[in-house]
Design a protein around this ligand. Structure first.
Ligand code: FAD
Length: 491
């Protein structure tokens, strides 16, 4: 079969390679060229687990090595990446330095890995995407860059099926005149971003910070502010990717807004005091996009072409890889059937909604740190349960299990219910009630002991906690102990 993949980000290139390995005749079409700058850099345990599954199933040994920090550094030292040990959150208040105040410190640390060797990575996308496109070419994909892709070109190329991997480029949205479904989305944010040299470590600007389960900065760092939040992703070679997600547009140039926010939040200001942007600060008034359909007769979209919500919780790479796994399974016996495509379409639609409930709920909760930390537990419970159960039961249908609890009778409705509840939280009593409600709502999937007041918002990877939760996985303690080798990357 002749398949055209439009867009050679890591996702388009990887899918093109997998389809070629399956024996399809694939052309990968790119309007730009590599290497090129891109954002969307922070990987997660679920992303890496999918990379490992793709590696095993299709013989892609580079993907296996790129799925853990230690293996990556040894095998591909020339591809820049950043050690990511977990998810770090701080709540800043305007006009005040970040307050280190014992167990009342507004800091949440959730470890994603027990050590640096099996840890996740931030991907320097210029390097990583270039690697994936070269690997696709080496596998036999026909690659054409600097190409203006049109319906006519696809006809000339004899494409039987088109995969849109053009991200927000929206190739098929325009070709097929697909309506936008952005009105469904509750999340709304603009983005002010760049890459920087010389960003300081948080511990250097917030003295007295107690040690957490991993060094705070070697993580996806989220600084929550009244206007939204700032992501900060540190690469091993000293460059940091950072960007403010802002609920409302702010007057002035990007540089003026940047300086204003650094002045308003003194500890963030101190972090970036000596930082130098490596390219001009850029502003996008709205980062969200969403279409009405993700697949149809003879075509399918990868997630980033279909919808994007927000960088919060780093869902993009994991979601894209899961979709690659699904589409690849549809191509194993020829072209995807109508049933395959409607299943794929329905799942992506439900998952885009789910990410939106989670993220929009988090924005609602940002006003108060206790609310935010509680709401975030829904995300961490969903992904850790998925990770542990996928490692223990690595059967083929994993690819089609819903992302972030979609389709799960216990957890599926929780993000939406949380978003709705948060609209009515007013008093201190409401907040305490909400925290309790989250704890109960995630209990049936809470394999890592989240929402535990005694943890004071610091969650290491803790094998004893996991073993104590064997019943959540429907296992005896002994059978979970026997399954521990399968959890190697996790614990
Ligand atoms: C601000 C921001 C931060 C993010 N942070 C994270 C994060 O921390 N973690 C995470 O997991 N995800 C994150 N994401 C999401 C992540 O960026 C995406 O999931 C990821 O980029 C998807 O990769 P892709 O290959 O599908 O698409 P892209 O990376 O968007 O690549 C699309 C490719 O298609 C090409 N193209 C576009 N139009 C055409 C056309 N008409 N013809 C031919 N080629 C075309 C482009 O040149 C590009 O090479 C973030 C996204 C944003 C916006």
């Amino acid at each position: 079969m002749r398949v055209a993949v439009v867009g050679s980000g890591f996702a388009g290139s990887l899918l093109a390679r997998v389809l070629t390995v399956q024996g399809h005749d694939v052309v990968l079409l790119e309007r730009g060229t590599h290497p090129r700058f891109a954002i969307g850099e922070s990987s997660t345990p679920l992303a890496n687990l999918t990379l490992e599954r793709l590696a095993r199933r299709y013989g892609l040994d580079d993907c296996y090595d790129l799925a853990a920090h230690g293996r990556w550094v040894v095998r591909f030292p020339e591809l820049e990446r950043g050690l990511k040990r977990g998810f770090t959150f701080y709540r800043h208040h305007a006009g005040r330095p970040f307050a280190v105040d014992g167990t009342r410190t507004e800091r949440l640390l959730v470890a994603a890995s027990p050590n640096d060797h099996v840890a996740d990575n931030h991907w320097l996308r210029a390097d990583v995407d270039h690697h994936f496109v070269r690997a696709a070419v080496a596998a036999g994909v026909e690659y054409r860059d600097r190409t203006d892709v049109t319906a006519e070109l696809l006809k000339i190329l004899g494409a039987d099926f088109v995969v849109d991997a053009s991200g927000p480029g929206g190739f098929l949205a325009r070709q097929l005149d697909l309506p936008s479904a952005l009105h469904r989305m509750h999340t709304r944010a603009g983005l002010l971003f760049s890459h920087f040299a010389g960003v300081r470590l948080f511990a250097d600007v917030a003295p007295g910070l107690p040690a957490g389960p991993y060094p705070d900065d070697w993580a996806a760092v989220h600084h929550i502010i009244d206007e939204g939040w700032l992501y900060s992703l540190r690469f091993d070679h000293g460059i940091t990717s950072a960007g403010f997600l802002l609920r409302d547009p702010m007057p002035g140039t990007p540089e003026e807004t940047w300086r204003h926010l650094l002045r308003r939040y003194p500890t963030i200001g101190a972090l970036f005091r000596d930082a130098r942007p490596l390219m001009p600060l850029a502003f996008r008034p709205r980062v969200q996009h969403r279409l009405t359909r993700a697949a149809g007769d003879g075509w399918a979209m990868l997630p980033h072409a279909f919808a994007f919500v927000d960088p919060l919780f780093s869902t993009g790479i994991a979601w894209s890889l899961r979709a690659i796994e699904r589409l690849a399974s549809c191509f194993e016996n020829g072209l995807p059937t109508e049933r395959d495509l409607s299943r794929y379409d329905a799942l992506l639609g439900a998952e885009a909604d789910q990410i939106d409930w989670l993220v929009a709920g988090a924005y609602r909760a940002m006003a108060r740190f206790d609310l935010f930390a509680a709401h975030a537990m829904i995300y961490f419970a969903a992904v850790s349960y998925a990770e542990v159960s996928q490692r223990i039961h690595p059967d083929r249908d994993v690819a089609w299990s819903g992302f972030l609890g979609v389709g799960d009778a216990e957890l599926g409705g929780v993000p939406r219910a949380s978003f709705r509840r948060l609209a009515h939280v007013r008093s201190g009593a409401d907040r305490r009630e909400f925290v309790k409600w989250v704890s109960n709502s995630i209990a049936a999937r809470n394999v890592c002991g989240f929402a535990n007041p005694a943890a004071h918002h610091c969650y290491p990877v803790d094998l004893d906690v996991l073993l104590g939760r064997h019943a959540v996985l429907g296992m005896s303690r002994q059978s979970l102990v026997s399954a521990l080798p399968a959890l190697r990357g996790f614990a």
